[in-house]
Write a protein that binds this ligand. Structure first.
Ligand SMILES: [Zn+2]
Length: 266
């Protein structure tokens, strides 16, 4: 079985990104990575209960739909013909036309127990030898392509796995090779790691590798804290109505990000 990020996901209403009070630095860092994921990830450091995961989920829900190759299991971008997966490239070489569809930005929550194989995917060498065909089992990086990869408590993840995630976020590709057989697929994702510094820090080498790192703290102004409370209560009481109220602001930001993406050349 491959990694299925959509298994068991409940359809719940997500708190609007634009309704988050304060935390401008965190919001800006998230938006910059949404415009161009190859910036290389955001690390959000803060105490428990500071809306870190709310913000990451809210961002994914807000992002504009993306164009994908309809029947590609890696959600290749039909416009980026230089970074297609091995399968799409072979189809093009055979003269096939790649069908296009629109897709929402997925939110992938990385399990802290994730191993290297689970993250990068695996090539079935036995099958290649016996049946003479290449068989690639996609990992988390495949599921995360064109989406947002969220790592709660990134400080608890294996250092080597963190390295891998940062590498592929910056490259935008995942390359797997075993015994002369290789497979490539795009891995262009918004990397968001969070941690509570009170529960142990990341190694400095890893800290340095996140392109952006923001500290978030509780807001000092009592009026802001009242706003947070009021909005939370309103959202909990009637999530759909609350979302509806913020929809214009959500759409405006989503359109701005879409326009900035169109201007981004990387
Ligand atoms: Zn593809």
């Amino acid at each position: 079985m491959g990694y299925n990020p959509r298994a068991g996901v409940k359809m719940t209403v997500v708190y609007p990104f634009t309704a988050i009070v304060g935390q401008e630095r965190m919001r800006r860092a998230l938006i910059l990575n949404a415009v161009n994921p190859r910036i290389g990830g955001v690390l959000i450091r803060g105490e428990r209960g500071t809306a870190k995961s709310t913000a990451a989920r809210a961002l994914a829900a807000l992002l504009p739909e993306v164009e994908v190759v309809a029947d590609c299991r890696f959600d290749c971008d039909p416009q980026r013909t230089t970074s297609l997966c091995t399968e799409c490239r072979e189809r093009l070489a055979r003269g096939e036309k790649l069908p296009v569809a629109m897709r929402k930005t997925s939110f992938i929550d990385l399990p802290i127990s994730a191993t290297e194989d689970r993250v990068v995917g695996t090539l079935d060498i036995e099958r290649a030898i016996k049946e003479g065909e290449r068989h690639f089992e996609p990992g988390v990086l495949a599921a995360a392509n064109r989406g947002l990869l969220y790592i709660d408590e990134v400080n608890l993840l294996d250092d080597h796995v963190v390295d891998l995630l940062l590498d592929s976020a910056a490259l935008g590709m995942n390359f797997v090779e075993r015994e002369g057989i290789s497979f490539t697929h795009p891995a262009r994702y918004i990397l968001v790691g969070t941690m509570n510094p009170e529960e142990g820090d990341l190694r400095p080498q890893l800290l340095d590798r996140f392109a952006l790192s923001v500290e978030i703290r509780g807001l000092p102004d009592p009026r802001d804290r009242v706003s947070i409370m009021e909005r939370n209560l309103e959202f909990e009481a009637e999530p759909d109505a609350f979302r509806q109220k913020w929809l214009d602001r959500e759409n405006a930001l989503s359109n701005e990000i879409a326009a900035a993406r169109a201007n981004s050349t990387m």
